[in-house]
Write a protein that binds this ligand. Structure first.
Ligand code: PEP
Ligand code: MG
Length: 562
């Protein structure tokens, strides 16, 4: 097959070589009809594939529960029950015995019929269940057709996951041998992209409908730096890319080796580098890379499939495996930031977001606070409030925290406010006296300030002068109040924007676990006074393009540092 190049938008850097795994297919449906004599064995094979899927899902659910990923484990339980449902088993058996369908085809046809019924009900919650049911069909039909065996070892056993789009719940599929993600649609700031960056998986989105014509098992190169997918690459190109991958791995190894060095700019300004995380694995990886702790724990990720506000016990199960790793270290636990593309089924239809929703349900807030204070008592605990728009919200959360701390005998934690809505940046001088830390969420701040859709493919230009101004105002208000400023949005690990953030005076950068070592190296390569000079000029610029050309010399410094 000849080489084809598809262009998209990079959502996560690095390169992977692997075979295509279509998320929406177990290969083309095979329409062959079996001879009568072959049918009993094929029916037994189909039932066996469903039973093995149930076992796989059960094992995966146990591992997720152990990691505190309760919501995701619950989704798998539902898939497991489906795989054992007597009605489905009978339908699959009969599709093979009486209609002569192949085992894999029978599974996909019968599970699809069930999923289509759920779709028809027009309920968004049931439609999400239909996606989970289809995910079971993919797994079972793969097992039935034996497609999990990799062909010739040419891809190092790595798989490039190919799909139309990917929601946060699909992140479960990232477990195992997935080496990269290619999406026909998708957004760089979507939560699946954030998880991919956290795991260090290359991801390219917006590759267009042609992506979906790739064949299951086709070899491809996914280049998250050049934003392309190359299908059926020439052997010469494969060797070149493999050599580049080895060099990149070596450069990452050098950054890792430097993890004990302090993160101080060449002219002596200390900048702490922390990690964004949602799982215990990310925390482990971040600490190994030298992170000074966790600067953003996205607690809502564990509960995206919840059917009720998480209870104290559920919060405890999610938090404990993360916070036990952070004894004596910074642990910034963000309160549930539900809403937008992080709306669980039980909140479908609500319009609020973050702290607004929590304050509408004081009992739900108190459950999460009780668990955070208890499980985080041995850490340098910070409670971070999402989507703050006015000081009264911070006062309300503090009023909820104090009695719980007194009742449980826990210390009152540091209270921190996200600055991710322009209103918070504009009122930073009034919010600052209420908190000890500002954490600037550049993902939302950029999209709200520029009126762009967070879910659109394409970059999120935090270096727009109007966004940089909000960040500068926030830093100034923090300085005046004597509090710390962190940036926890994706811009903190963007080589173009990160030097400007340091130049504007932020104290801490919180970045995806896979970027910690590199960002630590970058801090040491920068000169603070030079970054400050360029950042001040950027504030007075007229366009993103002008800021890009101003910031280019700083970016070159980082590129040279590795
Ligand atoms: C942000 O908005 O930059 C942020 C860190 O929050 P999230 O990405 O979880 O919305
Ligand atoms: Mg946000």
């Amino acid at each position: 097959m000849t080489e084809r190049v598809l262009s998209g938008v990079s959502a996560s850097p690095r390169t992977a070589i692997g075979e295509v795994r279509r998320l929406d297919a177990g290969g083309e449906m095979d329409a062959r009809v079996l001879d009568d004599g072959d049918r009993p064995a094929a029916a037994a094979h189909a039932l066996d594939a469903l039973a093995r899927s149930a076992h796989e899902l059960e094992d995966l659910a146990v591992r997720l529960r152990a990691d505190g990923r309760i919501g995701e484990a619950d989704i798998l339980d539902a898939g497991m029950m489906m795989a054992e449902d007597p009605v489905l088993l009978e339908a699959v058996e009969s599709a093979v015995l009486s209609r002569g369908l192949l085992a894999a085809t029978a599974i996909r046809v019968e599970v699809e019929a069930f999923a289509a019924q759920l779709d028809l009900l027009g309920d968004p919650e049931l439609a999400a269940r239909a996606a989970d049911v289809r995910s079971l069909a993919r797994r079972a039909s793969r097992l039935a057709s034996g497609a999990t065996e990799r062909s010739d070892g040419s891809s190092d056993g790595s798989v490039i996951l190919v799909a139309a789009d990917l929601g946060p719940a699909d992140v479960i599929e990232l477990d195992g041998d997935v080496g990269g993600i290619a999406l026909a649609a998708g957004a760089t700031t979507g939560h699946a992209a954030i998880v991919a960056r956290g795991l260090g998986l290359p991801m390219v989105v917006g590759l267009g409908a042609d992506l979906l014509s790739l064949a299951e098992g086709e070899l491809c190169i996914l280049d998250g730096d050049q934003s392309v997918l190359i299908a059926s690459p020439d052997p010469g190109r494969v060797s070149t890319v493999r050599r580049a991958m080895v060099a990149a791995r070596e450069s990452r190894a050098r950054s890792m080796a430097a993890r004990a060095l302090p993160t101080v700019t060449r002219d002596g300004r200390a900048v702490r580098v922390l990690a964004n995380a949602a799982t215990p694995q990310e925390v482990r990886a971040a600490l190994e890379a030298g992170a000074d702790g966790v600067g953003l724990l996205r607690t809502e990720f564990a509960f995206l499939e919840a059917h009720h506000w998480p209870t104290v016990a559920e919060h405890r199960r999610m938090l404990s495996p993360v916070l036990t790793q952070l004894k004596g270290m910074t642990a910034t636990v963000r309160l549930l930031d539900f809403g937008g593309d992080k709306t669980p089924p039980f909140l479908k239809g609500v319009s609020g977001r973050g702290v607004e929703l929590l304050l509408e349900d004081p009992e739900a807030l108190s459950w999460q606070l009780a668990a955070i204070l208890e499980t985080g008592d041995a850490t340098e605990l910070r409670v971070l409030i999402p989507m703050v728009t006015e000081p009264s919200q911070v006062r309300a959360v503090r009023a909820a925290i104090e009695p719980i701390a007194a009742r449980q005998g826990n210390r009152v934690p540091i209270i921190a406010s996200m600055v991710e809505v322009p209103a918070a940046a504009v009122m930073a001088d009034r919010i600052a006296p209420e908190v000890a830390l500002f954490s600037i969420g550049t993902n939302d701040l950029t999209t709200f300030q520029l009126g762009i859709d967070r879910a659109r493919p394409g970059g999120n230009p935090t270096h727009h002068p109007a966004v940089l101004q909000l960040i500068a105002d926030t830093v100034d208000a923090a300085r005046a109040a004597g509090i710390t400023v962190e940036v926890c949005g994706e811009a903190a690990s963007n080589p173009l924007v990160m030097p400007l953030l340091v130049g504007l005076g932020v104290d801490e950068l919180s970045v995806g676990a896979a970027r910690v070592a590199q960002v630590r190296t970058w801090v040491r390569a920068l000169d603070y006074s030079e970054s400050a000079r360029i950042a001040r000029r950027a504030l007075n610029s007229e366009s993103v393009a002008e800021v890009e050309s101003l910031a280019r010399p700083l970016r070159v410094l980082l590129d040279d540092a590795g």
